[in-house]
Design a protein around this ligand. Structure first.
Ligand SMILES: [Ca+2]
Ligand SMILES: [Ca+2]
Ligand SMILES: [Ca+2]
Length: 136
C-alpha cells in the first residue's frame, strides 16, 4: 500500500518535472554539476567540455587500464541495450571511441534546441540526467 503510493507519487513528480521543466529551475540547481562540467563558466556545457569530462570518466572507470570498459565497469550508467548498441564490434567492451559515440548520442538527446550546448534546464531533463551519468 505504502509502496504503491510512494511509487505513484514519484511517478507523478517525475512526469510533472519532465512536462513542466520547472520555471524555478534556476542555475543553483545544478551548481555542483556546472562547477565540474563548465570550466569556462559560461553557463552551458559545450561538446568540448562534455567530451573532456567523458574521457576523464572513462579512465576513472577503467582501473585495470586495459583501455576498454566492460558491462561491470559501466554498471548504473549504461544499460544493456545502450551497451549493445554502442558496441558494434560485439567484443564485450566499449573502447574509448565507442564510449565517446555513446556520450555524443546522449549529448544530442539532451540538447533538443540544438544550440550546441547543454544548459542547466536541459541538464535536469530526463535526457540530461542520462547524459550526466556518462560525464561524472
Ligand atoms: Ca561552457
Ligand atoms: Ca567494442
Ligand atoms: Ca541547448
Amino acid at each position: 500500500m505504502k509502496l504503491s503510493l510512494s511509487t505513484a507519487l514519484a511517478a507523478a513528480a517525475l512526469a510533472a518535472s519532465a512536462a513542466l521543466a520547472p520555471a524555478s529551475a534556476g542555475h543553483h540547481n545544478c551548481k555542483a554539476e556546472m562547477a565540474y562540467l563548465n570550466p569556462d563558466h559560461d553557463g552551458t556545457i559545450d561538446w568540448r567540455e562534455a567530451r573532456r569530462a567523458a574521457v576523464r570518466l572513462f579512465h576513472k572507470l577503467d582501473p585495470d587500464r586495459d583501455g576498454t570498459l566492460d558491462m561491470n565497469e559501466v554498471r548504473g550508467r549504461v544499460g544493456i541495450l545502450s551497451f549493445a548498441r554502442f558496441n558494434p564490434d560485439r567484443d564485450g567492451t566499449l573502447d574509448k571511441h565507442e564510449w565517446l559515440a555513446l556520450v555524443k548520442h546522449r549529448f544530442h538527446r539532451a540538447n533538443p534546441d540544438k544550440d550546441g550546448t547543454i544548459d542547466c534546464r536541459e541538464l535536469q531533463s530526463l535526457a540530461g540526467r542520462k547524459l550526466l551519468r556518462v560525464l561524472m
